[in-house]
Write a protein that binds this ligand. Structure first.
Ligand code: NAD
Length: 430
């Protein structure tokens, strides 16, 4: 589908390549911008990345050979504050993907109403083929190459696909060595001992629980009597399952990359957590019967939570989905066409940039605590997260009702109007 940007205003716009992920982001953006009647000048600014950095990172491998890895860091927009977003290590990382993800971080931070812009980084590599020493050397060289662009006031990375708290510790140490003092606030998702925040590990799943509860209330469903199916039992899926089960809801099916399990009477989530810790999968968990992803998607449940990968719900399986509420805990689990089909059938979809924003919200709390040098109790973190998620959900819901649109378009409208307003108020430096 050709992009319909602010061309009606005779603006010059950059057309995305066919099949580009950034192009998909632009299409979602354009629909919301049109409804908002966004000023074409602001439209043009918000559809261009502020800064795209490409670096070559030479690393001495264990064999003694030098390999050169390509790394990216994109700061899509920094109008509301420092760029915020993860660093991923994957063979398929590309500038197009990193730019789209940086744009989505911009909108996610704006929906969450935290003073951050959007960024993302990545290195084209297969981390499963790197030794720990090679991984550390690559991380440190990448950070050294982008050192002038990052910092607590500029750009604050975090973990993403195939990076973790250890990688963040190396990022923090490399940056600190360069600036000559310990700087904990340059990165989030750090180990607690290095200035990480209590509650960060559970934050995304906790946010998912909060938006599920609010969505159920909105649809007149009693969560304590609701049935829920969850795809993915990693960080986000397992914490969501645990917290939702504590509300009284019945978790009737769960899958992971190896297999799945269902029990219409409700799975024993604490036992599943123990089983998963021991076996690294919930496959063959004794408390239920086996189930596949496709069967899980087709279950007649009140809530369906994809919490694994992108592009899981497509035109091929959307027609079989029978849930009332879909909570996008993963990033990009539903294709635009499938989303349209579900929306037309009355499924209430809580979009990823709202549903999984609990993670970046507590990353913001981590940055605040690092800058203060004063650390909060876990109960403080959770109470503040509750307030932020509640406000974000209802701001998007009210916008959806005001414009008569789905929750995804409404989330974009909230984000674009917040970033657009500040852009206009700050004025143009030229
Ligand atoms: P994770 O690696 O901890 O867990 C992923 C889970 O998905 C695992 O249980 C894995 O077995 C399962 N999975 C993989 N392929 C599958 C398949 N084909 N079918 C069924 N299950 C499959 O990752 P995570 O941190 O839980 O992240 C999950 C999603 O949430 C990702 O899209 C991620 O981008 C998004 N997200 C995570 C956070 C966070 O704070 N961790 C924040 C925002 C968004």
């Amino acid at each position: 589908m050709p992009r319909r940007g602010p061309a009606e205003y005779n603006a010059t716009i950059r057309m995305p390549e066919h099949g580009s992920i950034f192009g998909a982001m632009l299409q979602e953006f354009d629909e919301a911008a049109r409804l908002l009647k966004l000023d074409p000048s602001i439209w043009r600014i918000l559809t261009h990345p502020k800064r795209q950095i490409i670096v070559s990172c030479p690393v001495q491998m264990d064999s003694g050979e030098i390999e050169v890895f390509t790394g990216y860091r994109v700061q899509y927009n920094i109008t509301l504050g420092p760029a915020k977003g993860g660093i991923r290590y994957h063979p398929d990382v590309s500038l197009d993907e990193v730019t789209a993800l940086a744009a989505w971080m911009t909108w996610k931070c704006a929906v969450a109403h935290i003073p951050f812009g959007g960024g993302k980084g990545g290195i084209v590599c297969d981390p499963t083929r790197l030794s720990r020493r090679e991984l550390e050397a690559l991380t440190r060289r990448y950070v050294a190459e982008i050192i002038d662009a990052i910092g607590p006031e500029k750009d604050v990375p975090a973990p993403d696909v195939n990076t973790n708290d250890q990688v963040m510790a190396w990022v923090m140490d490399t940056y600190s060595m360069h600036v000559g003092h310990t700087s904990t606030a340059v990165v989030t998702g750090k180990p607690i001992e290095l200035g990480g925040s209590l509650g960060r590990r559970e934050a995304t799943g906790r946010g998912v629980m909060i938006v599920t509860r609010e969505a159920a209330k909105h649809r007149g469903l009693d969560l304590a009597a609701a049935t829920i199916a969850i795809q993915g039992f990693g960080n986000v899926g397992s914490v969501s399952a645990d917290l939702l089960a504590r509300t009284g809801a019945r978790i009737v099916a769960v899958t992971d990359s190896i297999g799945g399990v269902q029990n219409p009477k409700g799975l024993d989530v604490p036992k599943m957590l123990e089983y998963a810790a021991e076996h690294k999968t919930i496959d063959k968990f004794p408390g239920g019967e086996p189930i596949t992803n496709e069967q899980l998607f087709a279950l007649d449940t009140d809530v369906l939570i994809p919490a694994a990968l992108e592009n899981q719900i497509t035109v091929d399986n959307a027609a079989s989905i029978r849930t009332k509420i879909l909570i996008e805990a993963a990033n990009g689990p539903t294709t635009p066409e499938a989303h349209q089909m579900l929306h037309e059938r009355g499924v209430f979809v809580v979009p990823d940039i709202l549903a999984n924003s609990g993670g970046v919200t507590v990353s913001y709390f981590e940055w605040v605590q690092d800058r203060y040098g004063y650390f909060w109790e876990e109960s403080d973190v959770n109470a503040r997260l509750e307030k932020k998620m509640h406000e974000a959900f209802h701001a998007v819901l009210q916008t959806a009702m005001k414009y008569g649109v789905d929750m995804r378009t409404a989330a974009y409208i909230v984000a674009i109007s917040r970033v657009g307003t500040v852009t206009r108020m700050r004025g143009m430096y030229a």
